[in-house]
Design a binder for this molecule. Structure first.
Ligand SMILES: [Zn+2]
Length: 351
């Protein structure tokens, strides 16, 4: 089978589209023929290398996939060959106290599949082996490409807003990178809870998409001052929740833009790992600063119900052959992508 493999860190030139052995299926695993697989920023971090995190080589990136089960291990009961599935990329021991309590994201063995697993164990491949526990039925109302674009960003945004920040009706939610993969989910989740999404993006075209998805307020960060706009929109009160993920470039504004007693919830640092915090804001204004990473299978199942009802919709801006993953990564590195870029393995067809 073909897969996108790399054996050392570097630019996109390290990505090789080549033959690798078909994965072995253990009794609790399934083998899935990938129909579509989405790109995430983690793919870029793994390729570039990240201080403090070792990537297992040879590595296949990719944490989002949709496809058809072709083989099920002898102990698998939840799916069978022919089933159409998507992958939940959080893998954990499923035995410890955290896993038993349903908070597998706190398991000491928690890993993001395709990012922290390996060797040769990620979605950018024609065939993948995953624990049967990690597959869910593909929403019937979506194409393969749309379905593959969802799980990682959907579960991440759901955990951030619903579980961690506890979004409620009427909350002003400031969403950075609102037209990107995470942002488009955040807008729709905020809307679902009758909150008031404030979308920040880098162009009017992107903001139009945000508006279509339910953003109530739009800020073009190239033309407008984000802090001034948030103050104007909220009557100088500030946002109830700030949905953070750019990190370095936006952190100080996030701290200033949140209301007294409000919540900043962060899940990333694509623009820089260090954010300067004036601690007087944190204690005088009694801010809640929270971290969040991915989410549990339960959170993904909860969120997926609203995909089936059409309340949460995917946005796929580009579909490329799997072998052109490097080109997709360059686009992501150079600009804020609108929604998601999805890759399709050559041999596996699609519809
Ligand atoms: Zn565990």
């Amino acid at each position: 089978m073909k897969a996108l493999v790399f054996e050392g860190h570097g630019g996109v030139e390290v990505l090789q589209y080549r033959d690798v052995a078909e994965p072995e299926v253990s009794p609790n695993d399934v083998l899935v023929r990938v129909k579509a697989t989405a790109c995430n920023y983690n793919d870029i971090w793994a390729r570039r290398g990240m201080p403090g995190m070792s990537v297992i080589f040879p590595h296949i990136s990719g944490s989002d996939a949709a496809g058809e089960v072709v083989k099920a291990g002898s102990e698998v009961r939840n799916v069978q060959p022919g089933d159409e599935v998507v992958v939940h990329c959080g893998v954990s021991c499923r035995n410890c106290e955290a896993c038993a309590a349903g908070v597998d994201v706190f398991c000491r063995e928690f890993r993001i599949w395709g990012f922290q697993t390996g060797p040769l164990d990620g979605a950018h491949s024609e065939l993948i082996r995953v624990p049967a526990y990690n597959v869910l039925a593909k929403p019937k109302n979506l194409s393969w490409e749309e379905a593959s674009s969802l799980p990682l960003t959907l579960v991440t945004a759901w955990r951030k807003l619903v579980t961690r920040a506890q979004v409620k009706p009427g909350d002003f939610v400031l969403i950075w990178g609102a037209a990107g993969g995470l942002g488009i989910m955040a807008i729709q989740i905020a809307r679902l809870f009758k909150a008031r999404p404030i979308a920040v993006a880098s162009s009017d075209d992107k903001l139009q998409v945000c508006e279509r998805l339910g953003a109530e307020f739009l800020i073009n960060r190239k033309k407008q001052d984000v802090l001034d706009e948030v103050r104007r929109i909220t009557g100088r009160r500030g946002a109830d929740i700030v949905f953070e993920h750019p990190g370095g470039a936006t952190w100080q504004t996030s701290v200033q833009a949140v209301r007294r007693g409000g919540t900043i919830v962060t899940s990333g640092a694509t623009s820089g790992h260090e954010g300067l915090t004036d601690l007087r804001h944190v204690f005088f204004r009694q801010l809640n600063v929270m971290g969040s990473t991915l989410g549990s299978k339960a959170e993904l199942i909860q969120a997926m119900r609203f995909v089936e009802t059409g309340d949460i919709k995917p946005v796929v801006s580009e579909i490329l052959p799997l072998k052109e993953a490097g080109r997709a990564q360059v686009v992501m590195e150079n600009s804020e992508v609108l929604g998601k870029i999805v890759l399709v393995p050559d041999g596996n067809g699609s519809h």
